[in-house]
Structure formats: C-alpha cells, structure tokens
Design a binder for this molecule. Sequence first.
Ligand code: PSU
Ligand code: MN
Length: 309
Amino acid sequence: MVSRSSEVEEALKAGRPVVALESTVIAHGLPVPHNLETAIGCEEEVRSIGALPATMAIVGGEPIIGLDKDRLRELATREDVVKVNPANLAMTLARGQWGATTVAASLLLAERAGIEVFATGGIGGVHRGAAQSFDISADLAALARHRVVTVCAGAKAILDLSATIEVLETLGVPVIGYGTSELPAFYSRSSGIGLDCRADSPREVAAIVRAHRALGTGTGVLVVVPPPAEAEVPADEIAVSIEAALQEAARQAISGKAVTPFLLDFVARHTAGRSLRANIALLRNNARVAAGIAGELKARQSGRHPGQE
Ligand code: PSU
Ligand code: MN
C-alpha cells in the first residue's frame, strides 16, 4: 500500500531508527524557498543524530515514504499539490494526484510503513470558535488512531490551545512535555497551560512510550518540545499578530483547509518574518529530538543501551 525508499526499507529491516517527516509544511506551510531549505535541513538534523529521515508525500497517486531530493524539490514548487488528510487521501490516490501529507495523513502512512516516530512543527487542533464552526483538525483523531510517537512544539498558537489539550485527554493521548512542565505554544516557549507529564531525556520518553504501548490501547503519544529560546517569539508579542490574522480570515470568510495556511502566512508577514524564523527553528529542533527518541526506542528493542556501554 505504501512505497518505501530502499534506504528506508533497509533501515527498518535492520532495526535502525527512522523518523517520518510530513510534507504539508513544505507544500502549504512555508514560503518558497524556505520550504525546501527547511525540508532538507530537517532531514540533516535527523541524520546528524544517527537516524534515517523519511519524508512522505503522494506522488502521482502513490504514497512515497522517503522522498528523494528531486521529488522534494518538485513538491516544494508545484502549484497543484493537494493538502491530504485521511478523508481525502483515497481521492488523491485514485485520481493519481500529487499530495502533501498533513500530520493526520502522515501518521496513517507512518504506521502502515512500520515507522515508530514522526516529527512536525505544530499539530492542528481545535480552532478558536470551534463551538460554531466545528473546525477541529483531523490531526487529533489521527493521534488517537495510530500507534506512532509524534514530536511537535505543541499545537499551532492560532488555535484554542486549552480546548486542544482537553480533546487529547478525551481521546486518551498522553502529552509529554520535553524538558518542560508547560505546553509550548508553537512560536513561544510558554502557554500558561500546565502538563501532567514531563520527561527530560529520550530515555524517559521511551520509558513512558513503552508503558503506554503495553496497555494495548493503540493510541499514539504526543511529545511537546519548546521552540529554541533564541528563535521564540514570546506569547504576548505574537498575540497581536494572531488576533489580526484571525480578524482578516473572518473578513475574507476563509474556511476549511485554507484556514491554517492563511493564518500562518498572515502571521509571518505581520511579524516581518520573525514567526517564520521561529517556525523553521522549531521544525529542525523537533526533527533532532525525534531522532533521539527513535534511537532510544530501537536501542531498547535490540538490547543495546546507549550511554550504558
Ligand atoms: N506544522 C508547521 N506548519 C504546518 C503544519 C504543521 O509548522 O503547516 C501543518 C501540518 O501538516 C498539520 C496541518 O497537520 O498544518 C494542520 O492543518 P489543519 O489545521 O487544516 O488540520
Ligand atoms: Mn480544519
């Protein structure tokens, strides 16, 4: 059902750590040329920790796990790439289209491909005003459906973060603060929302993941990592830009799949690129943390204990 690159295939067979990476952030989340640069940068971060990156997308109706550079470049520049979630994945495949996978679609494909760890920037969640619009990202349902560890900087700050945390709890998805006891707010290190669970190393995360898996619930685990301090935009500073973005989206009646890309782009322009720099820095940072966690999970499975040798 999914086509794994030979490199990914071999790594999985050999029990080496692999990190899945999404592609909506490339096709719809970041502007050219930052999108391709960042996609390559994230892959390099994963490799620098000794894991293999597997960026995924739909290429002419075929789900590819581990895009090569040429396809990555094409994905970053084509105008006709569908934003794919689990609801329109089948359509994209049947029509032979190009598709960029959101967190939700990436989790589905990662699980099918046998990849345990996935990295993104910020997950989708409950939109502000969801009580009227019912706009709740498919990412939340997918986190509950797939047995994959997702590493992110929290949910995107354009969302209703406390409602998002409530839904994750309802769905039974553990949320682990990585080096923090507070939910990060994507562009900002702090949200004011406390977390029950904190881990300070890949080993601590892996222990919780193993305990969770042993329960057999089949749900995923969410690891939330604060953005690097030097790149963050403090919450009170970004709030003005988010407010302006939400007002403009309402004025233009932006809806459905277009909402998140519209808001991210508006905030990037309103902050003169500051939010974009934060977004790029946190994507790379999350890829690195994910690679560490993937390594730790594989080390335990194979009986190797890094750091204890
Ligand atoms: N992280 C980023 N930028 C992005 C995304 C994540 O730093 O653009 C994407 C992810 O693919 C996520 C999607 O699944 O935004 C959420 O879209 P929606 O809110 O429409 O579900
Ligand atoms: Mn939505």
